[in-house]
Design a binder for this molecule. Structure first.
Ligand code: AP5
Length: 216
């Protein structure tokens, strides 16, 4: 069992690795971006609140995100561990998470930072395709589906995210540097921070993350 955070800039492969790790370890991948996109698609109050921030590549306010996670971590499936993908993204979110866990006598086991250069990230995001039904991730060149625009896993339609336009991607990268990068220091001080080179074959990245988890 592990309670881990996948940290990294947009396009680093958090979703890709989170899905593979979740299947391998039998624990949920909790992706705040997926939760928000689902709320936007369903037109809920949360979705209406989040949409303009997401379209601009900005962060949704901390208090909204902290409440989403507080509720999600109470789910039955999250009692034996989880992979947080996309949360925390600010020091305030990390502090709120620590408080939440401390209150129930728990703590994070690992924070794995998937590191990739900005120019590679822009190329990855501009070619990314996502399944509307199961959120599986593909890439037109690096990981194409067998059939054009059709998900191999569930047959759903593949689409390109609104925020994957190059100018929005560049804003998201700046937001990562300004708001999320400080988490490196935060988790280094806790002794649970590990960095992996994400510019390799996804299976190689997965292998390294699994070794980190096994090493405890
Ligand atoms: P979110 O959905 O979390 O987006 P993100 O962090 O920008 O990350 P991405 O999903 O773009 O990338 P990824 O690292 O998962 O990469 P992926 O595996 O898909 O958040 C979206 C928005 O929601 C935010 O901008 C914000 O507005 C809001 N939000 C979410 N959480 C929030 C929070 N906590 N606080 C406030 N706001 C929040 O891979 C990318 C592509 O590369 C794919 O095509 C994939 O196939 C390919 N690929 C992956 N790995 C490899 C590899 N090793 N080699 C080659 N290609 C690869």
């Amino acid at each position: 069992m592990t309670r881990m955070v996948l940290l990294g800039p947009p396009g680093a492969g958090k979703g890709t690795q989170g899905q593979m790790l979740g299947q391998r370890l039998g624990i949920p991948q909790i992706a705040t971006g997926d939760i928000l996109r689902d709320a936007v698609a369903r037109g809920t109050e949360l979705g209406q609140k989040a949409k303009s921030y997401m379209d601009a590549g900005d962060l949704v306010p901390d208090e909204v995100m902290v409440e989403i996670i507080r509720e999600r971590l109470q789910g039955n499936d999250a009692q034996d561990g989880y992979i947080l993908d996309g949360f925390p993204r600010t020091v305030a979110q990390a502090e709120a998470l620590d408080e939440m866990l401390e209150a129930i006598g728990q703590r994070l086991d690992q924070v794995v930072h998937i590191d990739v250069e900005n120019e590679v990230l822009v190329e990855r995001l501009s070619g990314r395709l996502i399944c509307r039904d199961c959120a599986a991730t593909y890439h037109v060149r690096f990981n194409p589906p067998s059939k054009d625009r059709v998900c191999d896993k569930c047959g759903g339609e593949l689409y390109q995210r609104e925020d994957d336009r190059e100018d929005t991607v560049r804003s998201r990268l700046s937001v990562f540097t300004e708001r999320t990068q400080p988490l490196v220091d935060y988790y280094q001080q806790q002794g649970i921070y590990r960095k992996v080179d994400g510019d390799r074959d996804p299976e190689a990245v997965l292998g390294e993350i699994l070794r980190i988890i096994q090493a405890g």
